[in-house]
Design a protein around this ligand. Structure first.
Ligand code: TYM
Length: 325
């Protein structure tokens, strides 16, 4: 059985980048009856940048709510908190002993954060090693992610290969799965959409906030009457994910003809995104009122996931020479 695994950090409200780049693929994979699916909330990872207990707790539950509202089916996929499987920290330590400093120093997500002035704690530096442990502890084959996570999956592969060269075939070497057209979803300022760039369009914001975020998308300064190029416009780019082929062609035509302003395009995008989210809002709001239902799913997911993790940990402990007894 192929095992699909992915994680998502609870460091802010989930946004269209998370959805289009990752969550949608995770949920679509539920159609594959012969795959195992493990999706988890990377709350150990978020502690590297979010030292606020109340917020971390709330964000963690919100990731679960978001997945469940959008259609995660606990019968088909495990959903769990990373911290419910503490074995992952032990495996991370073992992998740390195989992780060359240079490999981690080259990681761009770490370098970016340092460049943006975040004081680097050791957790941030060791982040990719814990991520490798996340993947390897469940013998995962496929890791569906956005392209910003590609390098981390490569680090994971490097570490698995190194361990296997030392002890024999011990760990499954995983492959990233990155869908080209959604690999990097742009945010309202045109950079990659990211919680840390404050340029997100949130999935379960109020309608008013959603509209405000969409209206704030930066465009060029062409006037209402001027013809515009849909292919270089982020509003159009986002629109095409939510519209059908006829609507996309019609919108492109309006851009090229002139007399159609960016304000109009943004309103059309707002209506599409709003209509897409509408059917999921009830379930989201229901879960907001019923945290016990969310916790039940997380508890059940963790129970299953932990069984796999304990097996792998035993196997690895044995192989490296720790004494299981
Ligand atoms: P995170 O929480 O930053 O993002 C979660 C998922 O969303 C994708 N993503 C995007 N895709 C396209 N365009 C965007 N603008 C965009 N923004 C985010 C990410 O690529 C990711 O797939 N380190 C991971 C969490 C993690 C993990 C793991 C992932 C921890 N352990 C093990 C996979 C396997 C992270 O911070 O993702």
């Amino acid at each position: 059985k192929k095992r699909v695994l992915s994680g998502i950090q609870p460091s802010g409200k989930l946004h269209l980048g998370n959805y289009l780049g990752a969550i949608k693929q995770h949920l679509d994979s539920q159609a594959q009856a012969d795959w195992d699916r493990y999706f988890f909330i990377a709350n150990y990872h978020s502690l590297t940048t979010l030292p606020d207990a109340a917020e971390l707790r709330e964000r963690t539950l919100d990731v679960a709510r978001t997945y469940l509202a959008l259609g995660l089916d606990p019968e088909k996929s495990l959903l769990f908190m990373q911290t419910d499987v503490p074995e992952v920290c032990e495996l991370a330590w073992i992998l740390t002993c195989f992780a060359p400093m240079g490999l981690l120093q080259r990681c761009t997500s770490y370098k970016d954060k340092v460049a943006r002035g975040l004081s680097a704690n050791h957790g941030l530096f060791a982040y990719p090693v814990l991520q490798a442990a996340d993947i390897l502890i469940y013998d995962s084959h496929l890791v569906p992610v956005g392209s910003d996570q590609k390098q981390h999956v490569e680090v994971c592969r490097d570490l698995a290969i190194k361990v296997n060269q030392t002890y024999g075939e011990l760990l499954v070497v995983p492959d990233p799965v990155i869908k080209e057209d959604v690999a990097v979803i742009p945010g309202t300022d045109g950079q990659k959409m990211s919680k840390s760039y404050h340029n997100t369009i949130e999935l379960f914001a109020t309608k008013k906030q959603l509209k405000k975020q969409i209206m704030s998308i930066v465009t060029d300064s062409k006037g209402l009457e001027e013809p515009k190029d849909p292919d270089t416009c982020n509003v159009f780019r986002l629109y095409h994910f939510f519209a059908n082929a006829d609507e996309i062609a019609e919108m492109a035509q309006k851009y090229r003809a002139g007399g159609f302003g960016y304000g109009h395009a943004k309103l059309a995008l707002f209506e599409k995104v709003d209509a897409f989210l509408e059917p999921y809002r009830d379930r989201y709001n229901h879960l907001l009122e019923h945290p016990d239902e969310v916790m039940d799913v997380l508890r059940q997911g963790a129970k299953e996931a932990r069984k796999t993790a304990i097996e792998t940990t035993r196997r690895v402990r044995e192989a490296v020479g720790f004494i299981n007894h």
